[in-house]
Design a protein around this ligand. Structure first.
Ligand code: DGY
Length: 313
């Protein structure tokens, strides 16, 4: 089997000794040429969202029986084409839900209370007065309205956290969900009433560029956009335009249309924007648990057993 990215050896604990693990000697993520060359002889593939598993890769994967991705998102895999070749696809939901929801709250708090901006100011020597009543005023979080777009595992986990901040929680998804402690509303109402709009959808043809200029114009001018789902859910050029025009108050983003985000991207020059480098699930405990699930999916796939988590058809 092949592993396309580097993982601490001890996280691969459940991988039996006899498994022939093919991995590049150096580099965090393998180049595509390496994958295209190696996939021909592999019966299992452990990949990440940095790999694009498309027809070109699958066309060379004559022996492959299982693709196990080290992620909850699987938009980087042509799942239909894999299935058509009898290849199963495993992923790692649940174990990263809480860490990702924690990061969403961190982004929300950071952009509302200007945490990153304040940190930059202090470090650069720009904090010159001891205290002032009107210095670096931000927006309250408690008592405000949070609108969650999409209500899967991460949406629910964000809703639970928001309750702890005494927020009113609205949500919109294709259909109302059972057992959600939040009010189901139309997208129109959510955008009109929310002080914070959190994106908690996966990337698919329906959600690609869901957040465009029109979406942003329908938000409150005082509202903030938070995205830790997938970058391509947001049309970034439209977001830049809306921020420049003051159509919304700010944004906090963990994901981008192209990753890594260019250092000279217009978003990097906006003080009312908080940027983190796609780290929603990046805690030691969560990444270790993701490795356990990914390895277990892989081994079950090789043995022809039901996966712990198989990507839904
Ligand atoms: C995922 O798993 O899809 C996250 O984006 C990264 O862990």
């Amino acid at each position: 089997m092949i592993l396309t990215f580097s993982l601490p050896r001890e996280w691969l604990g459940a991988l039996p000794e006899e498994v022939d693990l093919v991995q590049r000697e150096s580099g965090d993520v393998s180049p595509r040429e390496w994958l295209l060359k190696e996939v021909g002889s592999a019966d299992g593939l452990l990949c990440s969202l940095a790999d694009r598993i498309d027809e070109e890769v699958l066309g060379r994967a004559g022996r492959l029986r299982i693709i196990s991705t080290y992620s909850v998102g699987y938009d980087h895999i042509d799942v239909r084409a894999a299935r058509a070749r009898g290849i199963r696809v495993g992923y790692t939901p649940e174990v990263l839900t809480d860490s990702t929801a924690d990061l969403v709250m961190a982004l929300l708090l950071a952009v509302a209370r200007r945490v990153a901006e304040g940190d930059r100011l202090v470090r650069s020597g720009g904090w010159r007065e001891p205290w002032s009543a009107t210095f670096m005023l931000g927006a309250d979080v408690h008592g405000k309205t949070l609108g969650i777009v999409g209500m899967g595992r991460i949406g629910r986990a964000v809703a639970r956290r928001a309750r702890g901040f005494d927020m009113r929680v609205l949500y919109h998804s294709r259909t109302p969900k059972e057992g959600v402690d939040a009010e189901y509303v139309s997208l129109e109402s959510l955008l009109a009433e929310s002080d914070f709009v959190v994106l908690a959808v996966d990337l698919n043809p329906d959600t690609y560029h869901l957040v465009n200029y029109d979406f942003l114009r329908r938000m409150r001018r005082s509202a903030f956009l938070i995205n830790a789902s997938r970058g391509k859910v947001v049309a970034e050029d439209d977001l830049v335009r809306a921020l420049r025009e003051g159509a919304i108050a700010g944004a906090a983003l963990d994901v981008y249309e192209e990753e890594p985000l260019r250092a000279d991207h217009p978003l990097t020059r906006m003080e009312n924007v908080v940027l983190t480098p796609h780290v929603g699930s990046a805690t030691v405990d969560t990444r270790r648990r993701m490795a356990e699930v990914a390895v277990e999916n892989l081994m079950r796939g090789l043995r022809g057993e039901p996966l712990l988590y198989e990507v839904p058809a």
